[in-house]
Design a protein around this ligand. Sequence first.
Ligand SMILES: *[C@@H]1O[C@H](CO)[C@@H](O)[C@H](O)[C@H]1NC(C)=O
Ligand SMILES: *[C@@H]1O[C@H](CO)[C@@H](O)[C@H](O)[C@H]1NC(C)=O
Length: 232
Amino acid sequence: MQKSIIFLVLPLCLSSSYSAACEGVESDSQCAAYCYGVLNPCIASMGNLQRRVEACEAAVAIARIALNDRRLDNFGTSTNLQLENQNTSQQLLTHGTAMGRKLEENEIFQQLGSKYYYIEKEEKLNWHDALDKCHKMGGHLASLQSQEELDRFNNQLNGLNRYWIDVTNQFNESEFVSVTKGSKANFLSWADGEPTKDGECVDIRTFNGKTTMNDNSCFANLYFICEKSIEI
Ligand SMILES: *[C@@H]1O[C@H](CO)[C@@H](O)[C@H](O)[C@H]1NC(C)=O
Ligand SMILES: *[C@@H]1O[C@H](CO)[C@@H](O)[C@H](O)[C@H]1NC(C)=O
């Protein structure tokens, strides 16, 4: 699977003329648990938004592959499945943006503070599918950078429900990363007693007028929050 990731990331980097930044991808045997280790050097050297968008798309595709890998680990390896997944990820890279732009024009994202979010309140998805869905909508799972940003959801969420955000520690148990940013999460605000290590993906919930984070099984079906801005 390592090969297909290189295959996906390298052309992206090369096409952005950042091949130098991406040298060493092959030798990075951990592949930074697929995502941020490979992508971070690319993102760091990207000046303009278009390149960041591309990087974000790559991050989504990689996260997707990583998750599928995990499933394969769990359920046994199948060549067909691997091919299928590879195919989907490539399609995602090719067609994701166009579809996203279209939906974006429908103004389904609402402004909260300086950022634009879409709060899904009808369809519950696992973390991986939520990641994918946000991408198809032209955004990414919400990447919350401060308590102020988190507090903007205090009156927006149904307190009985949890909502996926872009944080996960599935690539490295001891480090929560923002898959949007492709590196360690800047900001974590856990609910009392959390994280309990009962899962590797992070959701938020409003309880007693306060919105906080919680770790949860990536396979749980929850609502989710997409964000339109790509401030990484
Ligand atoms: C890959 O996608 C194409 C286009 O949707 C499809 O025709 C083909 O069967 C897919 N291949 C695999 C291995 O899933
Ligand atoms: C996992 O994260 C920890 C804490 O940031 C770090 O020390 C460690 O090197 C990481 N492991 C891998 C394999 O990247």
